[in-house]
Design a binder for this molecule. Structure first.
Ligand code: G1P
Length: 303
């Protein structure tokens, strides 16, 4: 209940809710995503969505809001208990596996599923969370963006900490190759940007010539609830979709918005090459198979 308190500025001090837009069709991975949600694709032995959820839980989030669609039921099952499996593992005395399966969702965390009945874009997906989020700041995590965090700092945890000071929206960014600007929301700054600072503008997937800076948005956001009223009126933008980026650009007219360049590596797992890179990175450090995998890759180096 403590988190429910609001400050004098009307903004609640903590972030306890996170929105995971997972209704997308994952066409870039067909046929793999015909019957399976792209967010359930594994990187070694964990599905992408679980990595994102773990990052949120680590940042202190307790309410996990999934914006989902009819073909995404596997996500609900993944975060539910599986009685038959648990009994089998217990009987077979497979304690470690049982622990893993039972701890996918820790006590105190809860899942809320909201159906996005039309795929009208990321901004529309976030708007679907309006009633569940209410009048408090919240996080957004795009599971496609797998963030291999730096040992000591974690992207969303850092953003949550910084929110306590600035009480304004914060967007995760990374340095990009300007030639790739059409894959990202790109932010612009008035002053020199060093790791954390206010943005001046943001454009969704600009041509390289129109890119405002070499900093692209990665799928980590902390947003104030003011974004919802804007999302309700924002017109379809890039690809005729309701773009979260366009709503953030409008939000800037009434509130500051900050960018945070996190430490760590982001893998674009919505892209085949990015996904393969993630598998190699996570495979190499996996406690069970890492050493053998490294040996195997070394043997392959003449390919
Ligand atoms: C979305 C956002 C974009 C952001 C990107 C990060 O695009 O619209 O601003 O840079 O996620 O992954 P998408 O990749 O869903 O097309």
């Amino acid at each position: 209940m403590k988190n429910k308190k609001t400050t004098t500025s009307g903004i609640a001090p903590g972030i306890r809710k996170a929105v995971f837009p997972v209704a997308g069709l994952g066409t870039r991975f067909l046929p793999a995503t015909k019957a399976n949600p792209k967010e359930m694709m594994p990187v070694v032995d964990k599905p992408l969505i679980q990595y994102a959820v773990e990052e949120a839980l680590r940042a202190g989030i307790t309410d996990l809001i999934f914006i989902t669609s009819s073909s995404k039921r596997a996500i609900e099952d993944h975060f539910d208990s599986h009685f038959e499996l648990e009994v089998k593992l217990e009987t077979a005395k497979k304690k470690e596996l049982l622990r893993i399966v039972k701890n996918i969702l820790p006590k105190g965390a809860s899942c809320i599923y909201v159906r996005q009945t039309e795929t009208l874009g990321l901004g529309h997906a976030i708007l679907c969370a309006k009633n569940v989020v209410g009048n408090e700041p919240f996080a957004v995590l795009l599971a496609d963006d797998l963030i291999d965090n730096h040992e000591e700092t974690h992207c969303l945890s850092d953003m949550v900490q910084r929110f306590k000071t600035v009480k304004s929206s914060i967007i995760g960014v990374e340095k990009i190759n300007i030639a790739d600007s059409e894959k990202y929301g790109v932010v612009g700054f008035k002053d020199k940007f060093l790791t954390f600072g206010p943005i001046e503008n943001i454009i969704e997937k600009p041509k390289p010539k129109a890119a405002l800076s070499p900093f692209g948005v990665v799928g980590r956001y902390i947003l104030t609830p003011a974004i919802f009223n804007i999302l309700e009126i924002v017109k379809p933008g890039k690809n005729q979709e309701i773009q979260l980026t366009d709503a953030i650009s409008k939000l800037l007219k009434s509130e500051p918005v900050y960018a945070y360049e996190f430490l760590g590596t982001r893998y674009d797992c919505g892209d085949k090459l990015g996904y393969l890179k993630a598998i190699i990175a996570y495979g190499l450090k996996h406690p069970e198979v890492g050493t053998a995998f490294r040996k195997h890759l070394k043997n392959l180096r003449d390919l």
